[in-house]
Write a protein that binds this ligand. Structure first.
Ligand SMILES: Cc1cc2nc3c(=O)[nH]c(=O)nc-3n(C[C@H](O)[C@H](O)[C@H](O)COP(=O)(O)OP(=O)(O)OC[C@H]3O[C@@H](n4cnc5c(N)ncnc54)[C@H](O)[C@@H]3O)c2cc1C
Ligand code: FES
Length: 284
């Protein structure tokens, strides 16, 4: 993990409210693992004071400028504009200076190659699943179930298809793919492929529903959580979630930024709120 001062290579709107940003990122191709994230900061403006966490969508090499020059590394993040930080990001262009701290956190365990894999992405939760799919397709059959409220939330699905991933889309309003919740599609797929392992990222209600389905069937599940994060390195304790075995008498908290963001379902306490997002809100 290191902090680098670098530049934006491109920043394009790919669906209403969703942007894809390519950032020059020396050292990331070798070190970034599927499910890891970066803490992102705009260099030129003071606000927002805190860095913002974003999953790494993809890491790669730019074509070399000439034969004897090493190829330059980049990462891509995909973000939804939701508040002050992402509103500033939306206005960034090629060459704008930014700061990246990362790669951070514990990513996904790829599981056994012979196991079939079902990835479940809700909206922007699709982001950390791409690098995961890239690695998994080398050895395993991979299916992606992608859910959103409307067609605008369904992003980059064709890129998963190009990897050889079988994709299924559902939207709550029926504007693209099957009408309804992605969890309904998951139940059907698990009826058909009962031994598949599931990997999920998305809003907490979706994650909780996926956990219930997998728990009732004894299905292996890894989840990537989105807690509110101030530091990203285990220092502020703003991102803690309740771990398995947690009780008032014997509290057991896990930092989402260092023990996660990816957890095996059995590591977490699912009783009420797995993601106990606490936020002071005063120093954003
Ligand atoms: C490990 C991790 C990976 C993430 N990856 C992505 C990603 O790939 N793409 C992406 O668009 N977003 C991702 N997020 C969420 C992203 O960090 C927030 O959307 C961003 O920080 C919002 O910043 P802002 O200043 O625009 O909004 P703020 O002004 O800080 O907040 C605006 C609204 O968004 C809510 N919000 C802020 N942060 C989060 C969060 N972490 N989870 C849920 N709600 C939040 C706030 O409660 C508020 O209602 C990730 C979060 C984590 C923890
Ligand atoms: S974000 Fe500070 S401890 Fe996790």
């Amino acid at each position: 993990m290191k902090n680098i001062k670098t530049i934006v290579l491109s920043n394009q709107e790919i669906s209403p409210g969703y942007f894809r940003m390519k950032i020059l990122s020396p050292g990331y191709c070798e070190s970034a693992q599927p499910g890891q994230f970066v803490m992102f900061r705009v260099q030129r403006s003071l606000p927002p004071l805190l860095r913002r966490p974003f999953g790494i969508f993809r890491a790669g090499f730019l074509p070399a400028d000439c034969d004897d020059m090493p190829a330059k590394e980049f990462i891509e993040i995909i973000y939804k504009v939701v508040g002050s930080g992402t509103e500033i990001m939306e206005g960034l262009h090629h060459g704008d200076p930014v700061e990246l701290l990362g790669p951070l956190g514990e990513g996904f365990d790829l599981g056994a190659p012979e196991e079939e894999k079902i990835l479940v992405g809700g909206g922007i939760g699709l982001v950390p699943l791409y690098m995961l799919a890239e690695k998994m397709v080398e050895n395993s059959k991979v299916r992606l179930l992608m859910g959103g409220r409307t067609r605008d939330d369904i992003i980059t699905v064709t890129e998963f298809e190009r990897l050889g991933v079988e994709t299924y889309v559902s939207t709550e309003d029926g504007s693209l793919g099957e009408e309804g919740l992605v969890t309904r599609v998951l139940e059907r797929k698990l009826d058909k492929y009962p031994n598949a392992a599931v990997f999920a990222c998305g809003p907490m209600p979706m994650i909780e529903a996926v956990q219930k389905i997998c728990d009732s069937r004894g299905t292996s599940l890894q989840v990537s959580l989105e807690a509110l994060m101030a530091c990203g390195v285990g220092a502020c304790l703003g991102c803690v979630v309740k771990g398995e075995g947690h009780s008032d008498a014997e509290p057991r908290y896990l930092c989402t930024c260092t023990s996660g963001p990816v957890f095996r379902a059995e590591e977490l306490n699912w009783e009420k709120e797995a993601a106990n997002n606490s936020e002071c809100g005063g120093c954003k």
